[in-house]
Design a protein around this ligand. Structure first.
Ligand code: FAD
Length: 290
């Protein structure tokens, strides 16, 4: 099925793109890698009258380190994250997560800003942004604002973006010393969206106790979900196998998955428990190795 007709714009600068976004408001759709938008257009699930191609905005293709944070331009592709190019090597969790996205073609074209703006509840990068307590920087008619990842994802394919706004940057903290992370995912075939994905980030005290625990799950609700009770149960604890297993048992109680063609709600709860335990276990191993 062909897309509903639209006007195509290829602005040469961010200022020009923002002017077009402002002019077309709710009728505009920015185009980044096109890996989600193009299928949405051809299935007529998106019917913009203006498509604003961001691909000439080189200013959104760079990443930099600043004040303990990685500031990643919205157009940085998944492949650069996967390879840990340049400063991106400072956050190896991105490498692990990006490697799980689709296939090589999708990773070459798809972008971090597009993935967050698309807000698929099963996608890896939104769960990573939640687990790292990242921030999404938006620019629009009212200037720039930074939205915490926990407030950015509002519903299925719905974010805090307002008409006329673009994601310009994603800010993620660079891991502290004695920190560890892991992504565990279950999918039917390599490269498929995960049925459930668990992202764990931990930090240990010099004595080896857990000082910080963050777990986010994808595929278990309308947005990526943090597990505050699991996190609280482990904070201050010695991370032995029993503590991790007992805390992970609670993962199924903190989510409200629905049954669909891929998995029942009960199976998703089971995966949440198992993948949380595995992700926490690997994250702790990594932190203990220093
Ligand atoms: P686009 O498709 O260009 O845009 C997506 C949406 O975001 C659109 O609504 C667009 O208007 C909006 N948008 C884009 N950039 C901005 C911006 N800077 N500011 C505001 N709005 C913006 N993803 C996964 O996470 N895991 C997977 O396993 C996975 N598998 C895939 C398999 C296949 C075969 C395909 C085709 C895609 C898959 N994807 C997967 C999706 C992929 O990660 C996309 O790259 C991502 O969802 C969207 O990024 P994009 O740059 O292509 O954005």
């Amino acid at each position: 099925m062909p897309a509903v007709p639209f006007d195509y714009y290829a602005p040469a600068s961010l200022a020009e793109a923002l002017a077009l976004m402002r002019e077309h408001g709710e009728d505009a759709k920015p185009l980044a890698g096109g890996q989600s938008l193009v299928p949405m257009l051809t299935l007529r699930l998106a019917r913009p009258t203006a498509v604003i191609d961001l691909n000439s905005l080189t200013e959104l293709r760079t990443a930099r380190r600043e004040d303990g944070m990685l500031r990643i331009g919205a157009l940085v592709p998944h492949r650069a994250l996967e390879r840990g190019e340049g400063v991106l090597a400072g956050c190896p969790l991105l490498q692990e997560a990006a490697a799980l996205i689709g296939n090589a073609r999708v990773r070459a074209l798809g972008t971090i800003g597009g993935s967050l703006a698309h807000a698929d509840p099963a996608a890896e990068l939104p769960a990573v942004a939640q687990a790292l307590e990242g921030t999404v920087v938006l620019r629009g008619p009212e200037g720039e604002r930074a939205v915490a990842a926990r407030d950015f994802f509002v519903d299925v394919l719905t974010t805090a973006l307002r008409p006329g706004e673009l994601v310009v940057e994603v800010c993620l903290p660079i891991p502290a010393p004695r920190a560890g992370h892991a992504v565990e995912e279950f999918s039917r075939r390599a490269g498929d969206f995960g049925i459930v994905t668990a992202v764990a980030v931990v930090e240990l005290s010099p004595a080896g106790d857990l000082t910080r625990v963050r777990v986010a799950l994808g595929g278990v609700g309308t947005t990526p979900r943090r597990l505050p009770k699991v996190e609280a149960a482990l904070t201050g604890m010695r991370p032995d196998g029993r503590a991790l297993r007992d805390a992970s048992e609670g993962a199924g109680d903190e989510i409200e998955p629905e049954s669909d063609a891929h998995a029942s709600a009960a199976y998703r709860r089971h995966l949440a428990r198992v993948l949380t335990r595995r992700a926490l276990g690997r994250a702790v191993d990594m932190a203990q190795r220093g």
